[in-house]
Design a protein around this ligand. Structure first.
Ligand SMILES: Nc1ncnc2c1ncn2[C@@H]1O[C@H](COP(=O)(O)OP(=O)(O)O)[C@@H](O)[C@H]1O
Ligand SMILES: [Mg+2]
Length: 349
């Protein structure tokens, strides 16, 4: 993967009257529940280390209360950590002066909120232009620039509408256009699509993915939905009770869930539509058979391989060179649920 844009480095957040006094307890491994019941403090984040790669979508997942919002709000320092560092392009956001921080929020990192966060008394165009006027750009010019972004998110013609006249999906398109208009390199999206109906939500994921092929922003995207995470994430990090349980390539996560908590997330996904042939291929081996792309999902590969005489296929990368092969049996095995040593069903539901 590419270089890291954001480095989250031994980050701790404890809520309560005297977080520093509770820090040694957390470092000694006290549970979130004990910290609350015996010491009256809430464990928000516990020694989080994540590299957020440049120009990629990093998804932060976890059940409600696991610390996702707390984490993302550290990136633009809406929350100060109890300990640890938050580096963006190598600069510690905690070392920034007040004015540097204001510039950082205006130019470098934009947020998209779950509840859209639009100004109800401003028109769509004015909402999108707002971030630009804050940057010192005059309203007529800002509105012109806004138009371009409204067009990009499919809202041309709605410039003079007010937010209340739009559906939820359309309002979030405005939210997205507003975040993009400032030209920020980083987008922070906290459950941005979670309030939307499933079909609208899929539309918004498509809009985001489509924009990303062109814009290559560094996006930190929070969701509690694994299907969404798998659809858009280049990288996924999973939190539980303030701790990072597993992070990495989504395909790896599905194949090798680190514990029962992750297993519970991944066990019911449609593996045929998510797993790619490159994930389960015999690397370096070739067979007699058709050639299929490395990113093809198992469901499609199943049809091709079963139609081939040898019941196998070669796998080619984006340069069309053969990198391995896969057999029908392997594909079928890949479609089956993962094996874990001792799955404790329902423990985290
Ligand atoms: N300001 C606060 N004061 C006390 N506890 C908080 C505060 N903000 C968050 N928490 C607690 O920190 C934990 C993580 O919360 P949050 O980051 O909102 O989780 P998520 O976004 O994953 O649902 C929860 O236990 C929550 O109750
Ligand atoms: Mg949250």
């Amino acid at each position: 993967m590419t270089n890291s844009k954001i480095q989250i480095d031994h980050l701790y957040k404890i809520f309560g009257a005297n977080p520093q006094s509770a820090l040694p307890l957390v470092k000694d491994g006290i549970s979130k529940q004990d910290l609350l019941e015996k010491h009256g403090h809430v464990l928000g984040l516990n020694d989080i280390n994540i590299d957020v790669p440049d120009r990629c979508i990093t998804v932060i997942m976890g059940l409600s209360g696991s610390g996702k919002s707390t984490l993302i709000r550290h990136i633009n320092r809406l929350i100060e950590p109890t300990a640890g560092r938050m580096l963006v392009d190598g600069h510690d956001v905690l070392a920034m002066s007040k004015s540097q921080l204001i510039d950082f929020r205006r130019y470098k990192a934009s947020m998209v909120f779950q509840k859209f966060g639009l100004h109800v008394h401003r028109t769509v165009a004015e909402n999108v232009a707002y971030g630009l006027t804050v940057q010192g750009i005059r309203l007529p010019k800002a509105k012109k620039q806004s138009h371009k972004w409204l067009e990009r998110v499919g809202l041309a013609g709605f410039e003079n509408h007010f937010p209340a006249q739009l559906s939820g999906g359309m309002q979030q398109r405005v939210g997205l256009a507003r975040a993009l208009a400032t030209d920020a390199e980083i987008l922070l999206m906290d459950e941005a699509f979670s309030a939307l109906d499933p079909l609208i939500r899929t539309d918004m994921q498509d809009v985001l993915l489509d924009l990303q092929t062109e814009l290559h922003k560094t996006i930190v995207f929070i969701t509690h939905d694994l299907d969404e995470a798998l659809r858009i994430g280049d990288k996924i990090a999973i939190l539980r009770d303030g701790s990072l349980i597993q992070q990495g390539d989504p395909q790896h996560l599905i194949m090798h869930p680190a514990d029962d908590y992750i297993f519970d997330f991944v066990k019911d996904i449609n593996r045929g539509r998510v797993l790619k042939v490159k994930t389960i291929m015999n690397a370096g081996q070739t067979v007699q058979g058709p050639e299929i792309p490395a990113d093809m999902v198992l469901e499609e590969a199943l049809q091709l391989a079963s139609g081939s005489e040898t019941r196998a296929a070669n796998i080619v990368d984006s340069d069309n060179s053969v990198i391995g092969s896969i057999s029908l049996d392997q594909i079928v095995a890949g479609l089956a649920r993962p094996q874990v040593d001792s799955p404790s069903e329902g423990q985290y539901r």
